[in-house]
Ligand binder design. Structure first.
Ligand code: APR
Ligand code: PHB
Length: 403
């Protein structure tokens, strides 16, 4: 088999890229280790930035998002039991976010791929990448016990943090930046109405909590837990008691119902630079991880593949390499700002085991400043709704275009 671009991994990065290339007439094949059901059943964050909503519209995969997505014009923050709200449109020239589960985005992308004959190989075992630093790279895998080979011009690693792509780059080429946080998020889904119309992020003496949602009848809740605790430590009754306590006044509106999909996720900030080696390009979680505070993971995958698709399309249409040569620098400029925001928002809202009394007072002062300063709220809002795609573009000028 031969194609122009081999895409490894059918998560958001791989599938958005596959659609972008397919629409431009660039041939691509997606190789995914798992089956479709597995990929679209993984519960991940659910806040879609305007940039990602716009991309879904551009690709014609937004019908359900427009019908079922919940447009949120602000978020709430609880500090010491008292809640304040940060509104988005008034601080960002009219922008907002859409609450729509990543698993729903995946279903929409897979349905459209099927309808448009975008080729995806599921259950591709033992994917291996070859000759990435030469002129003729290729990938091999095992499919139902048969060895397969795909020759291509470029390979794009969209295979997440544990994938084979980043691991195929020689260690001395990559610079790794990493911070592992000393706690995790225990998350549950429940079929009960959310306790508020908008998300609530809480900083509480007992740790962070987040009240989120998937629909008017399905809620998503998280509590910060010590790194060594698992779901067996958190029966529903304990979870609800803790959630209620940390939410402060909003806790009285909590609707307790049986949980499903209970899991603990570690928190990590991670960047691997550069996002290219030879004919291999990295996109999404394969190159960078953010802690989930602020829900930037999927949104960063979207900006990466937007940039990369433009570069690949220019390569095939105009024969120019400038876009491909600039991809890593361009993508990383936006990645690092989202890394900064996710790290900052995590630092602001979580209790760290090593916190000293002065660390604690400084955190409280920062929350108080955010509550009382329009300037601080504007910094928060423009990051939360998502920075513009164009590096250095004035954010407010761009935002006005959305109003
Ligand atoms: N070969 C083929 N496919 C692989 C391999 C491999 N060796 N390793 C992993 N994969 C697949 C995974 O099964 C998964 O479907 O690559 C895909 C990677 O998807 P994500 O982890 O979702 O990564 P990405 O597309 O970059 O999405 C970024 O979405 O899922 C969230 O936490 C993620 O928020 C982040 C965002
Ligand atoms: C979620 O709904 O899963 C969610 C929302 C916001 C976050 C993280 C996760 O910051």
């Amino acid at each position: 088999m031969r194609t122009q671009v081999a895409i490894i991994g059918a998560g958001p990065a791989g599938m958005f890229l596959a659609h972008l290339l397919h629409r431009a007439g660039v041939a691509a094949v997606v190789l995914e280790r798992r089956d479709r059901h597995y990929v679209e059943s993984r519960v991940r964050a659910g806040v879609v930035e305007q940039v990602a909503v716009d991309l879904m519209t551009e690709l014609g995969v937004d019908a359900r998002l427009k019908r079922e997505g919940l447009v949120h014009h602000g978020v709430n923050i609880v500090s010491d039991g008292a809640m304040f709200r940060i509104g988005f449109p008034e601080l960002t020239g009219g922008r907002s976010v859409t609450v729509y589960g990543q698993s729903e985005v995946m279903k929409d992308l897979f349905d459209a791929a099927q309808a448009r004959d975008v080729p995806i190989v599921f259950d591709a075992e033992a994917v291996a990448l070859h000759d990435l630093d030469g002129e003729r790279p290729y990938t091999t895998w095992r499919e139902h016990g048969v060895e397969r080979r795909l020759d291509c011009d470029y390979v794009v690693g969209c295979d997440g943090y544990h994938g084979v792509s980043r691991a195929s780059i020689p260690a001395d080429v990559l610079k790794i930046y990493e911070k592992v946080y000393p706690f995790g998020w225990l998350g549950i889904l429940t079929d009960a109405p959310p306790c508020d119309d908008e998300l609530i992020y809480c900083n509480h003496a007992r740790g962070f909590a987040l009240a989120s949602m998937r629909s008017p009848t399905r809620s998503r809740y998280y509590v910060q837990v010590p790194a060594d605790e698992g779901i067996e430590d958190w029966p529903d009754a304990r979870f609800w008691d803790e959630m209620q306590l940390r939410l402060g006044d909003a806790g009285s509106r909590l609707v307790r119902a049986p949980s499903f999909d209970k899991s603990v996720a570690p928190l990590r900030s991670f960047v691997a630079e550069p996002m290219r080696w030879g004919r291999l390009f990295l996109a999404g979680d394969a190159a960078h991880i953010v802690p989930p505070t602020g829900a930037k993971g999927m949104n960063l995958a979207v900006s990466d593949v937007k940039f990369l698709s433009e570069a690949l399309i220019a390569r095939y249409r105009e024969g120019t390499d400038a876009g491909l040569d600039g991809y890593s620098t361009r993508a990383l400029a936006r990645v690092w700002k989202a890394e900064r925001f996710s790290w900052w928002f995590t630092s602001l809202t979580h209790r760290f085991p090593e916190m000293t009394p002065i660390d604690q007072r400084l955190q409280t002062a920062e929350l108080d400043y955010l509550r009382s300063s329009r300037a601080a709220q504007q910094v928060f809002a423009e990051n939360y709704v998502g920075l513009p795609l164009q590096h250095g573009e004035p954010i407010l000028d761009r935002a006005v275009a959305y109003a």
